[in-house]
Design a protein around this ligand. Structure first.
Ligand code: GUN
Ligand code: ZN
Length: 429
């Protein structure tokens, strides 16, 4: 079925400009791809009788993309702990142990995806638990929605409770099985997922490197340089390594298909290696402040001569919001503390086209371009009394976007479309 979605359309171009139509339309075809996008007066005759969702003056933009989120932590947000390692052992590992149960994982997967949609997120790179069943559940739920989702079974064979540990052999076997079953099915892809250096032995990190080298098109996701206590423990566990990044480097885990969450305390040498290998560091601002991990600096990472590619993500449940709007708002504040003032357009571009490119799905989603899938979010700049009065003094599109990321959350998400189908509609009182 062809669907015409009308509103104030905007999309973020690679050169930093915004393609904006105050009365725009996006046409999604039978297969969910964008057949046409432009000003409503120029809508081709062929689409004028098609079913239409008219969102008036609300903003219709590419769906937000979360470049790092933990599915089995979907209900354990806001768990206060001393630091990352305390939080993992007291709250996270026990909660993730529930996902050995396929029925629990199946029910949670549907809830999790609905939560992403209600927050305007249409694609993600997600961690699962160590259990194969958990990844099966999430892949199956995402497939039903025709969603672009990358995930993998977490690999972790030490320094955790037995209920969330595997071993190098079973990790290799389960990861390969999941890759063969799901990778390339619809818009799904596999990510080799060693949790972080602390919970994998050398033998398991070697397996992760072999998987990344031998599974075509697979991504790799892990955590890097998040908290001071974590970095010190990595130093003790890998005395031969130059630094934290070197641990992953020695096992072949750096590269264009590799995404490292956090990257807060990276040295010059580490940034150089991440830059020359084409790796991505994913900024998780609400998690970094909530767990007291530190303030990631975008200007430090982006330093000319050795720029490290950057993504942006919620990191739920270390992160405190599912909303990529709230996440951009917190990124703005953290970057201000680092002496850098990003624009709203820059952060929206990062959360759409930027994350799509970093997740290797730039041909598929992240912009309102012909042939890409119609993954869309409809944002209401008047969603709350505070937002509505803020718009009385907004003087530009940048201003409206800025107010949405600073003051908005799921209340500002009027509707969400995945592959041209509406998957969420806000219920207004
Ligand atoms: N490092 C290792 N595992 C995790 C996790 O689940 N969340 C965060 N924020 N950091 C981690
Ligand atoms: Zn994480």
């Amino acid at each position: 079925m062809t669907l015409v979605i009308k509103g104030q359309t905007l999309s973020f171009a690679p050169d930093g400009s915004v393609v904006h139509e105050t009365r725009g339309a996006v046409v999604a075809g039978d297969d969910g791809s964008i057949l046409w996008c432009g000003p409503q007066p120029l809508l081709p005759q062929a689409f004028r009788q098609a079913e239409t969702d008219d969102h008036g003056s609300m903003l219709v933009l590419p769906g937000l993309i979360d470049a790092h989120i933990h599915f089995p932590q979907y209900r354990m947000l806001a768990a206060p702990a001393k630091d990352l390692l305390d939080w993992l052992s007291r709250f996270t590992f026990p909660e993730e142990s529930r996902y050995a149960d396929a029925r629990h994982a199946d029910a949670a997967a549907q809830l999790f995806l609905n939560r992403l949609f209600s927050h305007g997120t249409t694609a993600a790179l997600a961690f699962c638990s160590v259990h194969k069943a958990c990844a099966h559940s999430l892949f199956a739920a995402a497939e039903k929605h025709g969603m672009a989702l990358v995930t993998g079974k977490t690999m972790m064979d030490r320094n955790a409770i037995p209920a969330v540990q595997d071993d190098p052999e079973s990790a290799a076997r389960d990861s390969e099985d999941l890759y063969r079953t799901w990778h390339g099915k619809g818009r799904l892809r596999y990510a080799v997922t060693p949790r972080f250096a602390i919970t994998s032995t050398d033998a398991q990190l070697r397996v992760a490197g072999e998987l990344l080298a031998t599974l075509p098109g697979a991504l790799m996701q892990t955590h890097l340089s998040e908290s001071p206590g974590e970095i010190e423990l990595v130093r003790q566990l890998f005395p031969w390594a130059k630094d934290y990044t070197d641990v992953y480097d020695r096992f072949g885990l750096l590269g264009r298909r590799s995404l490292f969450a956090h990257g807060i305390h990276l040295s010059e040498r580490e940034c150089e290696r991440l830059s020359e290998s084409g790796s991505t560091v994913v900024h998780c601002p609400t998690s970094n402040t909530f767990l007291g991990s530190g303030l990631m600096s975008m200007p430090h990472l982006s330093k000319p001569g050795r720029p490290v590619g950057i993504g942006i993500a919620t990191d739920v449940g270390g992160g405190t919001s599912y909303s990529m709007l709230a996440t951009m708002g917190e990124a703005y504040k953290v970057q201000m503390l680092a002496g850098y003032k990003p624009s709203a357009v820059e952060l929206f571009s990062l959360a759409t086209r930027g994350n799509a490119d970093r997740l290797g799905m730039g041909d598929d989603t992240g912009a309102l371009d012909l042939g890409k899938f119609a993954d869309l979010v409809v944002l209401d700049p008047m969603a709350t009394p505070v937002l509505a009065s803020r718009q009385e003094v907004s003087t530009s599109l940048e201003d409206v976007l800025f107010s949405l990321m600073m003051l908005g959350d799921d209340r500002a998400v009027a509707a969400t479309y995945v592959r041209g189908r509406r998957v969420h509609k806000r219920v207004t009182a």
